[in-house]
Design a protein around this ligand. Sequence first.
Ligand SMILES: CC1(C)O[C@@H]2[C@H](O1)[C@@H](Cn1cc(CCCCC[C@@H]3SC[C@@H]4NC(=O)N[C@@H]43)nn1)O[C@H]2n1cnc2c(N)ncnc21
Length: 322
Amino acid sequence: MSKFKSEIIKCLYKNDEYISGQYIAEKLNCSRVTIKKVIDQLKHEGFNIESQTNKGYKITQLPPLWQQEIVNIELSKQKILNKAYVQPQVDSTQLLARSIINEEHDDFVVLSDEQTKGRGRFNREWSSIKGKGLWMSIVLKPHIPIHKMSTFNLFISLAIQEVVEKHYQINSKIKWPNDIYVGEQKLCGFLTEMIADTDGVNAIICGIGFNLNQTREEFDKVGQHRATSLLIEHGSTIDPYQFLKYLIEAIEKRYNQFLVSPFSEIKDTYKSKSMIWNRTLNYTEGNKKVKGRAIDIQDNGFLTVISEDGEIYQFMSADIDI
Ligand SMILES: CC1(C)O[C@@H]2[C@H](O1)[C@@H](Cn1cc(CCCCC[C@@H]3SC[C@@H]4NC(=O)N[C@@H]43)nn1)O[C@H]2n1cnc2c(N)ncnc21
């Protein structure tokens, strides 16, 4: 059954029209009874499949959970990130990505419907409710010196912000160095880890948590006031596959730019999309704690902050308390 399941999903998903059971049976060299059994199984898993006599079958709605075959089809059009590992549940996609890295030569993404131990920076918990968001880790293997990594997050955050603005018409802002906000509420968080040695970077593992379809009530009490989702801001249910395609396209574009261009090329655009200007905030980096105002971002991605008593500080990657 499962060997036919994958082929039947591909057959139906690639065609917008009705596909006859006879055609699929002949293509897969199996009986029409088998086709019907698999179709019923897919419906049970959450696919909406319409069947019309004399016409056949058509997928009218995908399940809210990631399907390996469909992710493969959607990512097959990408140049860099065209390979995916889909798992219904993981502790953390970052951990799964790390366990795959040594066997997988290419760049790839890891996607999961649910994380039981999603993590943010400083080992903080990342809430990853099943089927409600994009919980993804991207593994890239550029040959770059370690110092170049200080601006990687800046290119990625611009890619994410652009998807929200261009495809969903939502006024989102970047909270340097790795969050996307709508107003004072977090829509997306991401963190970048890397595997490196003295010769340079071997792999980048960028973990992105993006709230897609949570309702206000589905956030826990902390999230009620500090988190938001595309559904809340956009007002309609978000198609995760369409969002994934937009996001990967945008990330590939900004990643290619990151590899060949300095941050200065996007600095003005980045600054215009940032939410940390003209406000006094608390900046923490290691044991450095400063209450002050950000005044600029350097070409190396460092943030310049002037404290309330007039001292100038440079932060590489601070925790900012909004
Ligand atoms: C109490 C407070 C201040 O509010 C919470 C929490 O502290 C803070 C925690 N955080 C977040 C980040 C940014 C990096 C996140 C990367 C997530 C991805 S998912 C795929 C990949 N696999 C993986 O394991 N990680 C990555 N750094 N720290 O965010 C809030 N918070 C927690 N969950 C959410 C959420 N779903 N939406 C909004 N805010 C949240």
